[in-house]
Design a protein around this ligand. Structure first.
Ligand code: SAH
Ligand code: SF4
Ligand code: F3S
Length: 495
C-alpha cells in the first residue's frame, strides 16, 4: 500500500520503532463458524476516547461487510473487545470478559467469533491466544483496517493475529460512517488527529501499545470533519494521546500545529464547538492559549494531566515538567480566557512518593481548583521503568492517599458546579433525559445539564440559565434558542 509521501521516512517509519511485541501470524487452532447473513456485531470498548473512536471505525468497516451492531453480546455473531492496558485492573477485565464469553458459549452451544483488539491485544496478543482458546482473532490498534482479511482467515478455520505497526495508514482504508451510524452516536463526535506518544513517562504503557507519535494529514482531518458536520455533528473533540503535539502536513505545504488546525476547523459550517484532549504540559504554547481567547468555537475547558504536585516525583516520572510550569500554564490560560475550567489526571503512590510529596499534590489541587479530574493508584506495568523500582508504595498507603485526594477533587468539583448556578450559557442538546420531555445537554465545561421541555431538539444549541447543581448534573432553564444559522437542526439536513 502506498504511504502518504509527506510522511515517508519520518512518522511512518517511527510508527514501527516503539513496537516491542513480536507479531505472531495465523495461529494453529482450526475453527469454523456459520458466517452467513444476517451477521450481528457486538463491540465493547474499554479505556480512553481513542478506543471509543476506534470502536466506531471498526463498526463502520464491518458495516460494509454486512455486520449490523447489536447491544447484546449473546446475540452477536462477532464480539470485539477493544481493550485497555493502562492499569492492571483494566487489562484483567479482558480475561474476565473472555471467561464469561466462553461460559456462555458452552451453555448455549453457539459459536461466536471472538476478537480482541486495542492495547492489550497489542501488548500481549500472543499470550491471549495461549491463555484463551475462545479467542479467534487478535488485532492491534494500528492494524484494525485489516479486520475483513483477518475474519476471512477465521472463516477458513484459522486463528488470526495481527499486531503489526504497518507502513500503510489505516485511516486511508477506513470507510466513512453512514448517516444512520453518525446520528446514533449523537451530535458530539470524537475525531482522531494524532496517535501514539514519544514522551515515555516511566509509568506508562502507551508508547509501547500505540507506537510513536504520528499526526494525520490536515486535508484528511478537514474532510472527515466536513462529513461529520454534514451528518449533523455540532461538536468535535479532537483526540490524540498527545494532541497538543499535533504537527500535520497541510495542503498549503506547511506543517500545521493544533491551533492552526482549530482555526481551520472553526470555518466548517455547522461545527459550533471544538474541544481537544489529551494535552501534555510541555506542549502547551502561546498560540494554543491565544486560540482560547480568539476562537469562540473553542470551549473554555482544558484537560491537562499533571499526575503529581511534587517536582521530585514529576522528575522520577520523566514528565519533563515541574509544578511551576503547570501553575504558569493555568495562569496564562485564565488570563486569556477568565472562565477557563480545568481538568486533570493524578497518580498517587508512585514509587518512592513520600507523605510530604503527596501533600504537594493536595496543595496543587487546592491552589488550582479543578472542575473535574481522574485519579488513580499507581499500577506497575510490565516493561515500564517504574515497575522495577525498589521503593513501591504499599497498597494500603495508596488507598488511603487516593481517598484523601478524591475528597479534595470532589470538593473542588462541587465548588465549581455551585459557582455555575445563576449563570447563563449554551448547552448542546445530546440525548433524552430520564423523564418525559427532558433532554440532556452539555455545558461548555462538559457538565451534563438537564432541561425540561426545551424549545429545541437533539443536535441544537440552547441558551439556559443554571438553576441548581446536583451531584451528577446541573438543571437548566431555557432562555432562548440559538439562531438557526449557526446550528442547522438535523431535520433541515434530512430535508
Ligand atoms: N497522554 C496522557 C495520558 C494517557 S493515559 C498524558 O500525557 O497524561 C491516562 C492516564 O492514566 C494518565 O494521565 C495517568 O494519570 C494514568 N496512568 C497511566 N499509567 C498509569 C499507571 N501505570 N498507573 C496508574 N495510572 C496510570
Ligand atoms: Fe503516557 Fe506520558 Fe505519553 Fe501520556 S505523555 S501517553 S502519560 S507516556
Ligand atoms: Fe488504555 Fe490504550 Fe487508551 S492503554 S488508555 S486504551 S491508549
Amino acid at each position: 500500500m502506498v504511504a502518504d509521501p509527506r510522511l515517508a521516512g519520518t512518522d511512518q517509519d517511527k510508527r514501527r520503532r516503539h513496537a516491542d511485541v513480536t507479531p505472531i501470524r495465523d495461529g494453529d487452532v482450526g475453527r469454523t463458524g456459520d458466517m452467513d447473513a444476517p451477521r450481528k456485531l457486538y463491540v465493547k470498548s474499554f479505556g480512553c476516547q481513542m478506543n471509543v473512536y476506534d470502536s466506531h471505525r471498526m463498526a463502520d468497516m464491518l458495516a460494509k461487510e454486512g455486520y449490523v451492531e447489536t447491544s447484546e453480546a449473546a446475540d452477536a455473531d462477532l464480539v470485539i473487545l477493544n481493550t485497555c492496558h493502562i492499569r492492571e485492573k483494566a487489562a484483567e477485565k479482558v480475561y474476565s470478559e473472555l471467561g464469561r464469553l466462553r461460559k456462555s458459549q458452552q451453555e448455549t452451544g453457539q459459536k461466536t467469533v471472538v476478537a480482541v483488539a486495542g492495547c492489550v491485544a497489542q501488548a500481549e496478543g500472543g499470550e491471549i491466544m495461549k491463555r484463551a482458546p475462545v479467542v479467534d482473532l487478535v488485532v492491534g490498534p494500528q492494524s484494525y483496517h485489516r479486520l475483513p482479511e483477518l475474519l476471512a482467515k477465521v472463516r477458513g478455520g484459522e486463528r488470526a493475529i495481527d499486531t503489526e505497526f504497518p507502513l500503510e495508514d489505516k485511516f486511508d482504508h477506513l470507510p466513512a460512517p453512514s448517516l444512520a451510524a453518525t446520528r446514533k452516536r449523537g451530535p458530539a463526535a470524537f475525531l482522531t488527529v494524532q496517535e501514539g506518544c514519544d514522551k515515555f513517562c516511566t509509568f506508562c504503557v502507551v508508547p509501547y501499545t500505540r507506537g510513536a507519535e504520528v499526526s494525520r494529514p490536515v486535508a484528511r482531518i478537514l474532510d472527515e470533519a466536513r462529513r461529520l458536520a454534514d451528518q449533523g455533528v455540532r461538536e468535535l473533540t479532537l483526540i490524540g494521546q498527545n494532541v497538543n503535539a499535533f504537527h500535520g502536513a497541510a495542503p498549503d505545504g506547511r506543517t500545521w500545529s493544533l491551533p492552526d488546525l482549530l482555526y481551520g476547523l472553526a470555518e466548517i459550517s455547522g461545527i459550533g464547538r471544538l474541544r481537544y484532549t489529551t494535552s501534555h504540559p510541555r506542549d502547551m504554547d502561546d498560540a494554543l492559549i491565544a486560540a482560547h481567547r480568539d476562537l469562540p468555537q473553542l470551549m473554555p475547558y482544558l484537560h491537562l494531566p499533571v499526575q503529581s504536585g511534587s517536582d521530585r516525583v514529576l522528575h522520577a516520572m520523566n514528565r519533563k515538567h515541574g509544578r511551576d510550569l503547570f501553575f504558569d500554564i493555568v495562569d496564562r490560560m485564565r488570563a486569556a480566557r477568565p472562565d477557563m475550567a480545568l481538568s486533570s489526571d493524578f497518580i498517587v503512590g508512585f514509587p518512592g512518593e513520600t507523605e510530604a510529596e503527596f501533600e504537594e499534590t493536595m496543595d496543587l489541587i487546592v491552589r488550582t481548583g479543578f472542575a473535574s479530574a481522574f485519579s488513580f493508584k499507581y499500577s506497575p506495568r510490565p516493561g515500564t521503568p517504574a515497575a522495577d523500582h525498589a521503593a513501591q508504595v504499599p497498597e494500603s498507603v495508596k488507598t488511603e492517599r487516593l481517598h484523601r485526594l478524591q475528597a479534595a477533587l470532589e470538593a473542588s468539583k462541587r465548588a465549581f458546579d455551585l459557582s455555575c448556578v445563576g449563570r447563563t450559557f449554551e448547552v448542546l442538546l445530546e440525548k433524552p433525559g430520564r423523564q418525559d420531555g427532558q433532554l440532556i445537554g452539555r455545558s461548555p465545561y462538559l457538565q451534563s445539564v438537564v432541561v425540561n421541555d426545551p424549545p429545541a431538539g437533539i443536535g441544537e444549541f440552547l441558551t439556559v440559565t443554571i438553576t441548581a447543581a446536583g451531584p451528577n448534573s446541573l438543571a437548566g432553564e431555557p432562555v432562548s434558542p440559538r439562531p438557526k444559522a449557526s446550528a442547522r437542526p438535523l431535520a433541515a439536513l434530512e430535508a
